[in-house]
Write a protein that binds this ligand. Structure first.
Ligand code: HEC
Ligand code: HEC
Ligand code: HEC
Ligand code: HEC
Ligand code: HEC
Ligand code: HEC
Ligand code: HEC
Length: 402
């Protein structure tokens, strides 16, 4: 009798232990598999999934951290206090234009533009700022959703004057203008179309990856993350692009997709179809290709200008990465850029510069050879009655300027 009772208790305990073990096992399995399977943020047309840069942190910590400081990463965001640069305080928050008065206000952490057309004195249109475009080096523009469409608001923030301006080329009285994917295509990582069709211009508001993040330049990386999490000892990157194996044109195209003018003529898919490693000319091109490159505007066309430069034409390897480190904020770091010039040029051999001045290695090369040039297309109106002023951008037409 006693033996039977003991047996029962033992069986019971064993069963209990199994239960606990089973529970522990499944919990762990779920944790392991959710570790191996990162959350998917959006899906590219080629079927591969985006997982976001926070996933990269655990293995590429240094790159991840320095990338957070770049203009790329900060080039678009939801309108948050720590990101929005314009002034919303009384006295600094107004813009008075010929036919419209604009006022920028903050209410409970949200930001709005109030517009009042002067001949309709009583009517005030209130527009919510939802997406901020621009890191703020030069300025920021604001977008608002109406249904599935994006509209740009009339007032933009201009850093050099620390004030509100009429957005570049913005028609007076429009208050907001539809921009489709025209800003998204160069200022975000990816946007998933609303409809099945790849050519869609309206995107799922919940599946836009703001900022230019790792996967814009390295492609959707779910498989790469899965592989390296399951194979922690693997030392060679798998399922990820390798820039070192790209041709010069492929390396250039990966940047040129956003840095060679508007690329307004879509040949294949939509602006997000192209990924690094592809050939850009199969996807999009600029209108009026017949124009000489020397007439290109300095705004947003570093590729066109650089490719006309003697440095580029006469060296077989030069591309954007020759001078720019893709994961670092290098703005204003003259030493870094001068060292790049000096890696190819021996200035001691270049003598008798203008008016008897001589070259020396301590000069800032770009002040003379890549000067700031006023943009013809990026012009801003500061206030009523004033002429438009151009935005100055550093030219990539490296050369001798008098
Ligand atoms: C579990 C670890 C792990 C995670 C997570 C991870 N990687 Fe990697 N990645 C590696 C390893 C290991 C290599 C090979 C060694 C190296 O180049 O650092 C690598 C290499 C790379 C390379 C260079 C490929 C080459 O051959 O030149 C790129 C680009 C890259 N990873 C991008 C990413 C991006 C983007 C993410 C986030 C979406 C990411 N990685 C997440 C482990 C990881
Ligand atoms: C603007 C485009 C761009 C963005 C954004 C970007 N990369 Fe890169 N990345 C590059 C290019 C170009 C190279 C090749 C550099 C070279 O060949 O010298 C590279 C190289 C790499 C490499 C291999 C070489 C190295 O430097 O170790 C890794 C790993 C990598 N990137 C990870 C990342 C991660 C992680 C992020 C996001 C936190 C990221 N990249 C964001 C363009 C980008
Ligand atoms: C998805 C479009 C896109 C791609 C791809 C892209 N860029 Fe950019 N880049 C931008 C935009 C937009 C800005 C303006 C950022 C800002 O200040 O808001 C920018 C700014 C820059 C700047 C100025 C940085 C600063 O500190 O102000 C440099 C340099 C640059 N890009 C180089 C590159 C290089 C090199 C590549 C290729 C490896 C590349 N970009 C790929 C869109 C892109
Ligand atoms: C074809 C790519 C492209 C498109 C389309 C584009 N941008 Fe840009 N944008 C850039 C690049 C590249 C830069 C930075 C370098 C330059 O000015 O040449 C930039 C810079 C900016 C800046 C200044 C950021 C800073 O702080 O320096 C703002 C603001 C901006 N863009 C807003 C917009 C808005 C709003 C739209 C849509 C109406 C738009 N952009 C469409 C490529 C583009
Ligand atoms: C990859 C190598 C390389 C780099 C980096 C480079 N150059 Fe050059 N550059 C050349 C070559 C090659 C030529 C053709 C003339 C020659 O052989 O000296 C040239 C020509 C020039 C010229 C003469 C232009 C003309 O129209 O006659 C100037 C000025 C110049 N470079 C300035 C610079 C400056 C400034 C930098 C840095 C911002 C720079 N280069 C970076 C390779 C380079
Ligand atoms: C010979 C060196 C060199 C090469 C090659 C080069 N850049 Fe630059 N780039 C510079 C320098 C120098 C600056 C000015 C940096 C500063 O202001 O601190 C600059 C600035 C920029 C800016 C910011 C312009 C502004 O005024 O806001 C962008 C965007 C940019 N480069 C993109 C590119 C792209 C894209 C490529 C390839 C097509 C490229 N660069 C190739 C040297 C170079
Ligand atoms: C004060 C302005 C200024 C600065 C700063 C400057 N240069 Fe020059 N550079 C010139 C002028 C002007 C010429 C044309 C000289 C001539 O034709 O006699 C020139 C010519 C050149 C040439 C072409 C020489 C040739 O034989 O055709 C190169 C290459 C060059 N500079 C590189 C550099 C480098 C690299 C730096 C930075 C260390 C630099 N320069 C700084 C003004 C400058």
């Amino acid at each position: 009798m006693n033996n039977k009772k003991n047996l029962k208790i033992i069986v019971f305990i064993i069963f209990g232990l199994f239960l606990v073990y089973g529970f522990w096992y499944f919990k762990n399995a779920i944790e392991i598999s959710s570790y191996l399977e990162p959350d998917v943020i959006a899906t590219h047309y080629n079927g591969s999934n985006f997982v976001g840069s926070e996933t990269c942190l655990e293995c590429h910590e240094n790159i991840y951290k320095s990338h957070l400081e770049t203009a790329h990463f900060n080039t678009s965001s939801k309108s948050k206090k720590d990101h929005i640069k314009g002034r919303f305080t009384e006295g600094l928050n107004e813009l008075d234009l010929m036919s419209v008065r604009l006022k920028m206000i903050e209410e409970e952490g949200d930001y709005y533009q109030l517009s009042n057309i002067k001949y309709k004195t009583k009517e005030v249109v209130k527009s919510k700022i939802e997406i901020v475009i621009g890191s703020g080096v030069k300025g920021q523009s604001h977008l608002q959703w109406k249904g599935n469409d994006l509209y740009q608001l009339q007032a933009s923030y201009f850093q050099p004057t620390d004030s509100w301006v009429n957005s570049p080329n913005f028609p007076e009285n429009a208050l907001s203008r539809k921009v489709d994917d025209n800003c998204l295509k160069c200022h975000v990582t990816f946007a998933e179309p609303k409809q099945e069709s790849n050519v869609s211009k309206s995107y799922d508001r919940e599946r836009i990856m703001l900022g230019i993040d790792c996967e814009r330049c390295h492609g959707p990386s779910e498989k790469h993350v899965q592989f390296h999490r399951s194979n922690p000892d693997a030392l060679i990157g798998k399922f990820v692009d390798n820039y070192k194996e790209y041709s010069r044109q492929q390396r250039l195209d990966a940047c040129a997709v956003c840095h060679s003018g508007l690329q307004g003529q879509q040949i294949k898919g939509n602006p997000f179809s192209f990924i690094a490693g592809d050939t850009l000319s199969l996807y999009s091109k600029n209108y009026r290709n017949a124009n000489s490159n020397t007439k290109l505007d300095v705004h947003g066309n570093q590729m066109g200008l650089l490719s006309e430069s003697s440095c580029f034409v006469n060296s077989s390897k030069m591309d954007c990465i020759t001078c720019h480190s893709p994961h670092e904020n290098q703005r204003g770091n003259a030493d870094v850029f001068n060292a790049k010039c000096l890696s190819c040029h021996d200035v001691e051999t270049v003598n008798n510069v203008a008016e008897g001045q001589e070259h020396n290695v301590s000069q800032n090369c770009i002040t003379c050879h890549m000067p700031l040039v006023p943009s013809e297309v990026m012009k801003l109106k500061l206030e009523d009655g004033m002429n438009e002023i151009p935005v100055y951008i550093r030219t990539h037409l490296i050369g001798i300027y008098k």
